[in-house]
Design a protein around this ligand. Sequence first.
Ligand SMILES: Nc1ncnc2c1ncn2[C@@H]1O[C@H](COP(=O)(O)OP(=O)(O)OP(=O)(O)O)[C@@H](O)[C@H]1O
Length: 354
Amino acid sequence: MSLACEFRLARGDFALDARMTLPERGVTALFGRSGSGKTTLLRCLAGLERAEGWLTVNGCRWQDDERFLPVHRRPLGYVFQEASLFPHLRVRDNLRYGYRRVPVARRRVDFDETVRLLGVEALLERYPQALSGGQRQRVAIARALLASPRLLLMDEPMASLDATSKAEILPYLERLHDHLEIPVVYVSHALDEVARLADHMVLLEAGRVLATGPLHELLTRSDLPLAHADNAAAVLEAQVLDYDAGRQLVTLGCGDVRLRVSREQAPSSQRLRLSIRASDVAISLSQARDSSVLNCLPVRIAEIDDDPHPGHRLVRLALGDQALLARIPREAVERLALVPGMAVHAQVRARALT
Ligand SMILES: Nc1ncnc2c1ncn2[C@@H]1O[C@H](COP(=O)(O)OP(=O)(O)OP(=O)(O)O)[C@@H](O)[C@H]1O
């Protein structure tokens, strides 16, 4: 366990009352609708807000009833919506600024490696005003990492970017999973972004933690709002097993399950994250061999729930030890006499996210 906290804070009508424990590495998404308290909680972690409660990071007490480590003494990186680089310094000097302030013995990152990780090698001699929004954010992230933080906080780092810049920066953010050995707390209210980047999730509602856990679990829990969203989707981690170049078809393994995805090439990383939208899953009683859908998987019905669209029902399906969601017409549930516990087949259109 690497980060645990409990915070209470009142701001006008709003009250934060949050307790959470985060894993020692990986990206945790702080997710919730606007005004649920994501930024406030992030600011409490940073010491920018003086909440009541306590915070332990990596075994060190940063805050409790007796002590309060001020923001400048907390070894953390903070990336804001808008990159705040020094305009009068070249990228290289912006990056060196935080790096040099850390004594050599306490440095945990290599300058060149971090520059490569964020792909900013070619930008080092430029000034911030000569960078695109996405490039500025990559420099801001590199600068935060070069200060050897024990915790990286990111507050909607893509919120001010257009779609092209978002697409450009996403692969770099994805790389953070594999390379960083510190917890990353990532604020977002975009489900698609979270599905792509996060490993864990803390779901906030009106200042309280509604649920916390692995991303794939929270996305498919029918007692939580995510499963009922219009773009509800399950996320699976899969490994490339085979690539048929002629047909541009990748076969992926996810536990004992085999899935196929159309793709122009198999990724060199060999690991893929798949998103399977509830609206892209159909159910059949037998294995449909005369369907154009690439995947027809044996599954078991775990739960049938109401859906916000009254003509539909939300069906949770157990696929090995993973879960899928299917949004299917109410009429089909009746006609096929679907009930929990039943073995059926899921016709699945999967999208590779990476
Ligand atoms: N200084 C303050 N004084 C009064 N109310 C505040 C103050 N700071 C934040 N709030 C209120 O606290 C609530 C939580 O705000 P916060 O910015 O943490 O939410 P959020 O989930 O990050 O929202 P968004 O997604 O819109 O950024 C909001 O209702 C906000 O109006």
